[in-house]
Design a protein around this ligand. Structure first.
Ligand SMILES: NC(=O)c1ccc[n+]([C@@H]2O[C@H](COP(=O)([O-])OP(=O)(O)OC[C@H]3O[C@@H](n4cnc5c(N)ncnc54)[C@H](O)[C@@H]3O)[C@@H](O)[C@H]2O)c1
Length: 236
C-alpha cells in the first residue's frame, strides 16, 4: 500500500510505546491517524471515520500484562493461592477479544471501500508477543492471550483474502516502552544483556518500521513475525 494523505488509519493503544511510535511513522508519511486508547470501540470508529474517512489501515497495539503463577505457596506463611480468574479473563478480554473486535469492525468497514489497483482494500497489523511462544513463569494468562492472536492471524488472512485485505502479526521481544522504562536500571541491563544481538532492548521505532513494512508490502500476508534480536525467553 502506498502511504499518503489520501489514506486513513486507526492505531489502538496509540498513545504510548509501540503504538505511539507507529502513529508517528504513519503521520510522517502523511497518513491521517486516529488513536484509540480506551474502551469505546464503536464510538471510536464512528468518530475516526467521521473525521478522516474509512480507514484502510488498522494497527492493534492496545494490551495489558499480568504476572502470577497458576497456583503457588507463600514462602513465609505457607498460604496457597491460585491465579484469580477475573485477572485471567481481563487479560484475554483486552489482548485477544479486544484485538479481534477491532479487527472485525475495521475489516467490515474496509469492505465498503473500492480496492486500489495492486493494493486491495486495506491492511491490518496485530501485536502478540514472544510470550506466545516462550511464555515464562507467571505468564499463563498473557501467553494464552498472545497465543490466541498468533493463532487467529492465518484464519483471518484467509477470511479476508477474497476481499483484498491483508493481516499480519508482530511478536515483539523486549522493547523500551514506558512500561519497561519504569523498571530499575539493573533489571533493564540484565534484560539487555540477555539479547543475543543487538545487546539492548528494542526501540519502538524498530517495531513501527516492521509494522509499516507489513502495511506497504503487498505480498506480506498471514504472517506471525518475531522482532526480538534472537532472544528466546528463559524460565523466568
Ligand atoms: N514493550 C514490550 O516489551 C512488549 C513486548 C511484547 C509485546 N508487547 C505488546 O505490545 C503492545 C504495546 O505495548 P507497549 O509496551 O507499547 O505498552 P504501553 O503500556 O506503553 O502501551 C499500551 C497502550 O495500550 C493502551 N490500552 C490498554 N488497555 C486498553 C484498552 N482496553 N483499550 C484501549 N487501549 C488500551 C494503554 O493505555 C497504553 O497506551 C501490547 O499489546 C503489549 O502486550 C510489548
Amino acid at each position: 500500500m502506498r502511504l499518503s494523505s489520501d489514506i486513513a488509519a486507526v492505531v489502538t493503544g496509540g498513545a504510548s510505546g509501540l503504538g505511539r511510535a507507529t502513529v508517528e511513522k504513519l503521520r510522517a508519511d502523511g497518513v491521517k491517524v486516529a488513536i484509540f486508547d480506551r474502551d469505546s470501540v464503536n464510538a471510536g470508529f464512528e468518530a475516526a471515520r467521521a473525521a478522516n474517512g474509512q480507514e484502510r489501515i488498522l494497527v492493534c497495539c492496545a494490551g495489558i500484562g499480568s504476572a502470577m503463577k497458576t497456583a503457588s505457596r507463600s514462602k513465609d506463611t505457607g498460604e496457597i493461592k491460585h491465579f484469580p480468574l477475573n485477572i485471567f479473563e481481563l487479560t484475554i478480554q483486552i489482548n485477544l477479544i479486544g484485538t479481534f473486535r477491532c479487527v472485525a469492525k475495521s475489516a467490515a468497514g474496509m469492505l465498503t471501500l473500492d480496492p486500489v489497483e495492486g493494493d486491495g482494500r486495506g491492511a491490518l497489523v496485530m501485536t502478540a508477543s514472544v510470550a506466545a511462544e516462550d511464555g515464562q513463569i507467571g505468564q499463563a494468562a498473557y501467553s494464552a492471550s498472545k497465543g490466541g492472536v498468533v493463532g487467529m492471524t492465518l484464519p483471518i488472512a484467509r477470511d479476508l483474502s477474497s476481499e483484498g485485505i491483508r493481516i499480519n502479526t508482530i511478536l515483539p521481544g523486549i522493547f523500551e516502552t514506558p512500561l519497561m522504562m519504569g523498571a530499575p536500571e539493573k533489571v533493564k541491563e540484565a534484560l539487555a544483556a540477555s539479547v543475543p544481538f543487538p545487546k539492548r532492548l528494542g526501540n519502538p521505532q524498530e517495531y513501527a518500521s516492521l509494522a509499516l513494512e507489513m502495511i506497504r508490502n503487498p505480498y506480506f500476508n498471514g504472517e506471525d513475525v518475531r522482532l526480538d534480536g534472537a532472544i528466546r525467553m528463559g524460565l523466568r
